[in-house]
Design a protein around this ligand. Structure first.
Ligand SMILES: Nc1nc2c(ncn2[C@@H]2O[C@H](COP(=O)(O)OP(=O)(O)O)[C@@H](O)[C@H]2O)c(=O)[nH]1
Ligand SMILES: [Mg+2]
Ligand SMILES: [Zn+2]
Length: 320
């Protein structure tokens, strides 16, 4: 068990709980008319929520919400819009707070698919980052999709063979180039009707890709949120955009590392689905140093990708 004592409030717990409940009651009483909106961006203590393509700036007022969240909000006595309730999250994607003591940091809520954008040449492929994303995505309940951008930079298509381990792990893969537009129609089709978030290492082309998908000539740009720096190649916060009436695209800032939390070392194997093909002598085999381990043997026999297995070992050690 992790020690959570640092989160305990300074005042006696009863006093704190009572005060929090009173505050919440006051908020609900003060706000009669509420509406339901989806969070499309966050800025300090405010979020931007959208209702029928109309945009409102809404104060958090004690609630915490993230892009993709559905919130109930309304006008308080001072005439300011504020959050009354954050609805339960259908799915989520999170990572530990950098610098915080393993605290969960939500990246996005309520997405159907997480598109892991990678590049094979520039920047090079970061398999360990992909592996970690895949674990976190399964944990949060969304579906992963691996999107390989910048294929215009390849000298030979055989350079894409490095992705074979992910195909074996059952991940859908789409290769494309935002520059030449090859493959972008296929991605657009795969994402239709879904709420999708684009994640991945900085520089892989997430923002370019989101822009390319949104900029289709037949596409209505009316609903695209203002204030998003289109054409600029830095994204400092997540932003939500509509592609037609049914598809939502969320761009996220690039990250360089990605930890995993709230998992036991013994559970991590379940997040590497391709391991299940190989039988081990012991039912509770951790595939680290046990005799008769089918997974370790598969790596030796070249039937299992050594990099995927190496990520598994690292995660196992981190979480152990
Ligand atoms: N050659 C090539 N460059 C691309 C492609 N897509 C994006 N880029 C470039 O990659 C750089 C980073 O793109 P950006 O969208 O900012 O990446 P992000 O950090 O993942 O959002 C920019 O200079 C883009 O012009 C592509 O398909 N081919
Ligand atoms: Mg970007
Ligand atoms: Zn084993």
């Amino acid at each position: 068990m992790r020690d959570r004592s640092d989160k305990r409030p300074k005042e006696p717990l009863d006093t704190w709980v009572q005060r929090a409940l009173r505050q919440e009651d006051r908020r609900r009483e003060a706000i009669q008319d509420t509406q339901l909106g989806q969070v499309i961006g966050t800025f300090g203590n405010t979020c931007r929520a959208e209702v029928d393509r109309k945009v409102f700036d809404v104060a958090f007022a004690g609630s915490f919400c993230i892009v993709g969240d559905w919130i109930r909000f309304g006008e308080n006595k001072t005439g300011e819009q504020q959050v009354v309730e954050v609805l339960p999250r259908r799915t989520k994607l999170s990572r530990p707070d950098v610098g915080g003591a393993n605290k969960e940091k939500l990246i996005v809520a309520n997405v159907d698919s997480v598109v892991i954008v990678v590049s094979v040449v520039s920047p090079p492929l970061h398999p360990r980052l992909i592996d970690r994303y895949l674990v976190a995505i399964q944990q949060g309940g969304a579906k992963p999709l691996l999107c390989v951008n910048k294929i215009d930079l390849l000298e030979d298509r055989s350079e894409l063979d490095v992705l074979e381990p992910y195909r074996l792990a059952g991940v859908e893969i789409i290769v494309l180039s935002t520059r030449t537009q090859e493959g972008t129609a296929q991605l657009r089709e795969a994402l239709t009707g879904q709420t999708c978030v684009f994640v991945g290492h900085s520089g892989v082309g997430k923002s370019s890709l989101v822009n390319a998908l949104l900029a289709k000539p037949t596409q209505e740009v009316r609903g695209v949120s203002e204030g998003y720096g289109r054409g600029r190649h830095t994204t400092t916060a997540s932003s939500l955009h509509h592609l037609g009436d049914e598809t939502v695209l969320i761009d996220t800032p690039g990250i360089r590392s990605f930890g995993i939390q709230d998992l036991e070392a013994t559970e991590i194997g379940g997040y590497f689905p391709e391991f299940a093909k190989f039988a081990c002598r012991f039912n509770d085999c951790q595939h680290i140093a046990e005799p008769g381990c089918g997974v370790q043997q598969a790596v030796i026999d070249g039937e299992l990708d050594p990099t995927r297995y190496d990520t598994y070992r690292r995660l196992h050690a981190e979480l152990g």
